[in-house]
Structures are given as C-alpha cells and as structure tokens.
Write a protein that binds this ligand. Sequence first.
Ligand code: HAM
Length: 423
Amino acid sequence: MQIKAPKGCRDIYGVEAGQLQYLERVYYDLAKKFGFQEIRVPTFEQTELFQRGVGETTDIVNKEMYTFEDKGGRSMTLRPEGTAPVVRAYLEHGMANLPSPLKLFYSMNVFRYERPQKGRYREFQQFGMELIGASGALAEAEILSFLDSFFKKLGLVDYQLALNSLGCNACRSAYNEKLKDYLVEHSSELCPDCVGRSQRNPLRCLDCKNPNCAPVLNSAPLPADLLCSDCQAEFTKLLAALDQLGINYYLAPRLVRGLDYYTGTVFEFQSDKLGAQTAILGGGRYDKLIAELGGEPTPAVGYAFGVERLRLELEAGGLLPEFQPRADLSIVSFADTGVEALVLANNLRAAGLVVDCDLMGRSFKAQMKQANRQGARYLLVLGTDELQAEEVEIKRLSDGSTAMVLKSEITKYIKQSEEANGR
Ligand code: HAM
C-alpha cells in the first residue's frame, strides 16, 4: 500500500511554495524594519513547559498535544505554539540582560491534534512576534501597527481587528470569582467539561463549543464589567493610539482567547472567508508568564498567525501574485555543447538572469517545446558555431523577434529589452 502523509499534514510545493516564500520575504523584511530579530527554538520541548505555560485546562494542552516519551523516559511534546518556548529561551539565555524591550519574531511549524478541515491542520506554520519588557499601550500599538502595515503591504485592507481587555491580576481575580459564582449557579445547564472548568479555571468555559452551554455562556458576566480604573485607562490609551495610527478595530467583549497566559489586552484578526476558521491571527499581553516560568515579573505582548490561513485569505481576495516559475532565458544545446551550455548558464545566472538549459539530451524540437512550456522569455541556440562566435542570436519568444548580441552583453540586452517592453 502506498504510504501517505499523516492526516492533517500537508506537502507544499509548486505555486504554493512560491507563495509562501513571498509571504516570508515580505514578513521578514518588514519585521526587520520594525527592529525585530529572528529567534528559532526547538521543534519539541519538555511537556511541562506547555502544561505550565499554556495551561492544563486549555484545549491545546488537554486534547491537542503530540506528546511522547523519549528513549530516556522523559515526556516531550511537539510545540503546539511558540510563546512558551520563546519565553523558555529568553530565561535560559539570560536575555533579560539585553537592552529592553526585546523584539523577537519567528516562523515555525507547530503541531496540534485537531480535526483537520480547510485552514485547520495538525502541522501548520505560524509567523509570530514577542515583544518582551515593555508594559502599556505603546508596545501593543507597535505590534498592531506592524500587523496593519504587513496586511496593507499584502493588499489586505478589509480585515477585522477584534480587541478586548482581560484585566490585570486584581481585576482578573475579581472577575474570575464573579464568573465562577455565575457558572456554579447554572451548573445544571452546563456540560460536564464546563462544570469541571468552572471550579478550576472558569474563563475557559467561555471557549466551550457545546451548543447546549451557549445560552448560559452568552449571558455570563464579561471581563469588561470588572476592569479596574488602571486597566480601563490603559485600554483607552491603546484605543486612542490606534485611532491616531489610523488602525480600524472593534470591541469584542467576549474575546478571551484559548490560552491561559493572557492578561490585559487580547486581540484577534478575523475573516469571514474561511468558513468555520474565522481567526487568522491571535495574540495579546501576557505579563505573568515570564514569572510563572521562573523569571522576574516582566511584561510582554505578542501574537501569532497561521500562515496557511493568511494565504487562503489572500487567495480568496485575489491578492496573491502569480508564481509560475519563468526562465528569462532558455539555452538550447546539442550533444557536443551541453557542458558549454551549463557554463554559459552559470555565468549568466551570476549576472542576475534566471536561466534554464537542457539536462536530458532532448532533441532540438523537444527543447524548443520545453522552453515554451516553461514560459521562457528568450531563447539562445548554442551549437558549435555559436561556441566560436563572439555574437549569438537571441530570440524573444513573445513575438519571435531576433537580435545578434555580443556574448558578453547577453544579460544587459535581455534586461534592457524587458524594460523596454514594460516588464
Ligand atoms: P493561537 O490563537 O492558538 O495563538 O494560534 C494563532 C493562530 O494560529 C490562529 O489565529 C490561527 O491562524 C493559527 N492556527 C491555530 N490552529 C491552527 C490549525 N490547527 N491549523 C492552522 N492554523 C491554525 C497562539 O498560538 C499564541 N502563541 C499567539 C501568541 C503569541 N500570543 C502571544 N504571543
């Protein structure tokens, strides 16, 4: 039987691989302009990192982790997200001693045992950022402003940014108590999962997907009802900053996010083009996580998005450039000029052209056909006469026109000719 890729895992190739390279390029370039530096962390970590970091009662830790025992009997987990590993690395390498704030970005594959569907996979790629060491609205505005610039660079202007504040320790614990009392009062109308969570971590009940719980959860108290005046003021500052930066948002009082480390501002970018998978991106402030993982109390804010969800969103909006691989020049060669064609191709590539040449000893006719099929723009026939000559004939395939060009000027000729033709 033929072996297939594991369920929910994808092979990426051809046009799609080109599209992802494009997204990576735009993302990396802009992240660097905003002063973020790349961080790469291991694909798997000690399981405890996610249990303590993301939270034991979250769906991610409870149901979705790929956990295994290694040969030394240690419990390891394929990372289901990037924030906890980045914080682990921050602590392990004493990055608190680096100039603050620390601005990190990443691209990583993450793993969640979820039911696969469009935009939802078991292995998927996230782009993310973590800005560590700055509290308050300005750091949040910087992150959201980066994202606004990134999406606009991609042509995505009609995204929806949902914002909420979960409050600090003080208002969060008052809210937790109020929510717990409410849920306990209505426990007979809740699913067994929610009954358990209402004791241990009431906020997680708000993520429940069971339709039977919806009526109770829809009327539950909201974090905004209990925000303290400091949290309220900081959140108002953020909204004013976003107004000034020209970033559109809407308030989403029910947005709580599915990971336990959030405090204060949380946000999601949502789309209606992805069916059930509405969140393209999620993030927020996590001021307690670094202390919870053993560091000094340090404020931090970050986000991540599923690259595939973003790609689907761009595709639906017709916003992805065309990614057919196209050679600038195809060199047609013969049995006795094949190696010379490789040498010439290498020289022209070094000068900046995309050059294709025959590797299969094809006939002249088959090579011409191949050049057309691959969308080559120009053609050069390299026979033994051309090896000796100083000039060669270059044919423009779009209109069949030809020109005699000095070998030393092929690159210049093609570039000028392309420019003259508006490419
Ligand atoms: P998250 O909301 O769990 O947050 O995931 C972020 C994004 O990953 C989602 O908005 C979605 O685009 C994508 N995603 C999630 N699950 C899947 C899936 N099964 N298939 C495809 N894409 C998926 C986090 O991971 C946090 N670490 C974000 C963060 C960073 N918060 C602060 N810093």
